[in-house]
Design a protein around this ligand. Structure first.
Ligand code: GH3
Ligand code: MG
Ligand code: MG
Length: 317
């Protein structure tokens, strides 16, 4: 694999994903028990290019939130037969944080304390009827924008800046959840730590920039291999990567990792006029009981040490 032409593929991919995230249409749930009143809101939102889901009661709204996991905004009436808008807001806040789902109350009530009640229950905004369409549109747009900013922050916090892979934080936040799910299903899972061989020597010989280029090339290749799979790939730091293999025992993970090792050993990175080769060593531990996530990573690290000790460019499990 000569990466000369596609070594920036990952940068492009990350940029594409970011654009996709920010240009995505926002799905809004409109809750009102009176069809004609609801329709006014629906038309208003559709004209603004929002995706709209409708519910005519609080219970229907909660069901819609289960059915559509991408709803980000709820615009709800207050006076409804089975559940008030205020109560619906309170229940929504039990399940969804305001960093993922915003609630906007709309009511024709004369009770001037209602907006405060909504905001206290966790609504982000409240508008009294009759409202000025443009004001409601602006409030909805502001909330949608805040959510988009939150999404970008979350993506940035999960992403390793040099390689675009998931970072250590994301790995430690999500790895234990995947492991626990496997333990619950009583199926094995495995964790691998990959480390580039003699990377310090490469840095010392060719300079830090070439070192970065090799790191990106390895990351790019790993990304391509694992794209779309259930395995969790991340850069732990430095020239170390970790992969969690849910539902894979040590034997299967070892076989796969040896193919990856062999694949990486054929990678060529251009440095000035030279084509540099790179090798990696891998340690793999199987997860079989309720130990801490850290313990499993330590076990994989011990096996990695063995792979290095035995001459590098190999897998040890
Ligand atoms: P081994 O085969 O035993 O793994 O030896 P090694 O030289 O690869 O391992 P060592 O841990 O001694 O050196 C790792 C080097 O990686 C040291 C550090 O300067 C370098 N490094 C860490 N992060 C980066 C980075 O982001 N970019 C570059 N270019 N170098 C990095
Ligand atoms: Mg190394
Ligand atoms: Mg190292």
């Amino acid at each position: 694999y000569v990466l000369k032409d596609n070594e920036f593929a990952l940068d492009n991919l990350v940029a594409t994903v970011r654009r996709a995230i920010s240009n995505r249409k926002t799905r809004v749930l409109v809750v009102d028990d009176v069809v004609s009143v609801r329709q006014v809101l629906v038309d208003l939102l559709k004209a603004q290019q929002y995706l709209v889901v409708e519910a005519n009661s609080g219970l229907e709204a909660l069901a819609a939130l289960e059915a559509y996991s991408d709803i980000e905004l709820v615009v709800t009436d207050h006076h409804m037969p089975d559940m008030s808008g205020y109560e619906l807001t309170r229940r929504i806040r039990h399940r969804f944080g305001s960093d993922r789902l915003r609630v906007i109350g709309v009511s024709s009530s004369n009770d001037r304390m209602l907006s405060a009640s909504f905001l206290k229950a966790g609504a982000s905004d409240f508008v009294y009827r009759p409202f000025v369409a443009e004001e409601l549109q602006c409030r909805i747009a502001n909330n949608a924008e805040t959510l988009a900013q939150m999404r970008q922050l979350r993506a940035a916090a999960a992403c390793d800046y040099l390689t675009g892979l998931y970072n250590r934080r994301y790995f430690y936040d999500n790895g234990p959840k995947l492991v626990n799910e496997c333990l619950r299903l009583k199926v094995p899972s495995s964790v691998a730590i990959l480390d580039i061989d003699h990377f310090k020597r490469l840095n010392d010989t060719y300079g830090h920039e070439i070192g970065d280029k090799v790191l990106k090339a390895v990351a790019n290749r790993l990304f391509t291999i694992f794209e779309g799979s259930d395995n969790l790939l991340s850069r732990l730091g430095g020239e170390e990567f970790a992969i969690l293999f849910p539902q894979m025992d040590s034997a299967a993970a070892t076989k796969l990792c040896d193919e990856i090792r062999s694949d990486i050993s054929r990678l060529k990175v251009t440095a000035d006029d030279e084509e540099l080769g790179v090798t990696i060593s891998i340690g793999i531990a199987e997860i079989e009981g309720y130990e801490t996530f850290e313990n499993y990573l330590n076990a994989a690290d011990q096996f990695l040490y063995m792979a290095k000790h035995r001459g590098r460019n190999q897998v040890f499990s």
